[in-house]
Write a protein that binds this ligand. Structure first.
Ligand code: HEM
Length: 377
């Protein structure tokens, strides 16, 4: 824990930071902490004029069920969870393999060979397009996700709000033609707005996070000769075990937000209703702003390192904990496992180039902007 207190008030961010994994689980599974962080952030960080101007955007984001609490959350999540069932994810495997092969073709065809756009964004984008039933290419889907994520991270920025508003309009248009939302309520305007928001959230949820995992998986396996051998030799369990190791070592999301529902005491600290809470998923406090941490050096400079995460034996928090546990976790794991297998079979002599990894500047996501590889062919 490097001396980080389990719970502390951060003067700069004006919010609580929960660093201890056990306390994090408690907060993520406690009715005294609500998930409605967007609503609270609209109030805290947007001017009244901006709220008025972008009321359609705030209304759209307010409908994402990741922002709701029980019992509303439970009812809205159930049908999505049914769609994303284990058997559905298994049935997707052949399509994920095809998509992965297409993306590896694209990687081989572009010089320098950059894993991030061709493979990490490519696979996560095409797979989410398949799941939701939209026709847009990965570049467009990832642009949407990045634009929304910039606004969510800095709601006081009018330029981000404008871009996020445009994205919302484009996403709504695309989702009105998409296949998956057709099986969801469409009778009233309210139904349609909710259905669009639910699928926009699902699409958003599966893009940047999964792309980050996929790129980290390739980077780490090429940096670890023993693991690379085990994967190339197709040793039983090697791929799944390695993906889990990457998840622990490089969690794509660093923290989750919650809002204190009522005045209460936790870990000896007095918390007030409406206070924002950042729950660390890495077993650490907040890391330095990754604008400073952004680096062109390789794996060793990743802003989240193996040493900062919880013990191997403990269930990790990378996909969250409690009622909001990630509905896409099996899909993300499948994408990473398929990529490892296909990549090793196709490019067994691949290696990282010098200064292969370029980390992206983002405080809430940890991900690579570029990963340059020599394919050895
Ligand atoms: C490595 C990849 C991924 C990571 C690290 C990740 C992480 C997370 C985390 C930490 C949460 C909890 C949010 C909270 O408690 O506030 C979450 C929720 C969610 N994720 Fe993921 N996710 C990933 C992939 C996916 C994929 C592929 C999808 C879509 C297919 C997805 C869809 C969702 C949705 C819809 C929720 C909201 C669940 C709820 O509120 O009940 N995620 N994810």
């Amino acid at each position: 824990m490097n001396g980080t207190p389990p719970l502390a008030w951060d003067e700069d961010l004006e919010c609580w930071v929960v660093a201890d994994p056990r306390l994090a689980r408690q907060v993520l599974n406690h009715p005294g902490f609500t998930s409605g962080t967007f609503e609270r952030s609209f109030q805290l960080y947007m001017t009244e004029a901006a709220r008025e101007e972008y009321h359609e955007l705030t209304a759209f984001l307010r409908l994402w069920f990741v922002q709701a609490d029980a019992p509303e959350h439970t009812a809205l999540r159930r049908p999505v969870q049914r769609v994303m069932s284990a058997s559905y994810v298994r049935s997707l495997a052949p399509r994920v393999e095809e998509i992965t092969d297409e993306c590896l073709d694209a990687l081989a065809a572009t010089v320098p060979h950059d894993v991030v756009p061709a493979v990490a964004d490519g696979i996560s984008g095409k797979v989410m397009a398949q799941v939701v039933g939209v026709a847009e290419p990965p570049e467009v889907l990832h642009r949407w996700a990045r634009t929304l994520s910039l606004f969510i991270g800095a709601m006081y920025r009018r330029d981000y709000a404008l871009e996020a508003h445009r994205t919302m309009v484009e996403m709504t248009e695309a989702l009105s033609r998409a296949t998956a939302p057709k099986a969801f309520p469409q009778e009233t305007d309210e139904d349609r707005a909710r259905t669009t928001a639910t699928w926009a959230m699902n699409l958003f949820g599966g893009l940047e996070t999964t792309s980050s995992l996929l790129a980290s998986t390739v980077m780490d396996v090429l940096g670890e000769p023993t693991a690379w051998d085990a994967v190339r030799e197709q040793r039983p369990g090697a791929v799944e075990e390695f993906v889990e190791r990457v998840l622990r070592r490089r969690p794509p999301l660093r923290h989750l937000g919650r809002v204190v529902a009522h005045d209460q005491e936790l870990a000896g600290e007095r918390m007030r209703q409406g206070d924002l809470v950042l729950v660390s998923l890495t077993g650490e406090g907040l890391l330095e702003d990754s604008a400073d941490a952004a680096s062109t050096e390789a794996a060793a400079t990743c802003p989240v390192t193996a040493e900062t995460v919880t013990a191997e034996t403990e269930q990790h928090l990378v996909f969250g904990f409690g009622p909001h546990y990630c509905v896409g976790a099996p899909l993300a794991r499948l994408e990473a496992a398929v990529l490892l297998r296909r990549f090793a079979a196709r490019f067994p002599d691949a290696r990282l180039t010098d200064e292969a990894a370029v980390w992206g500047p983002n405080l809430s996501y940890v991900g690579l902007d570029h990963l340059y590889v020599d394919l050895g062919v």
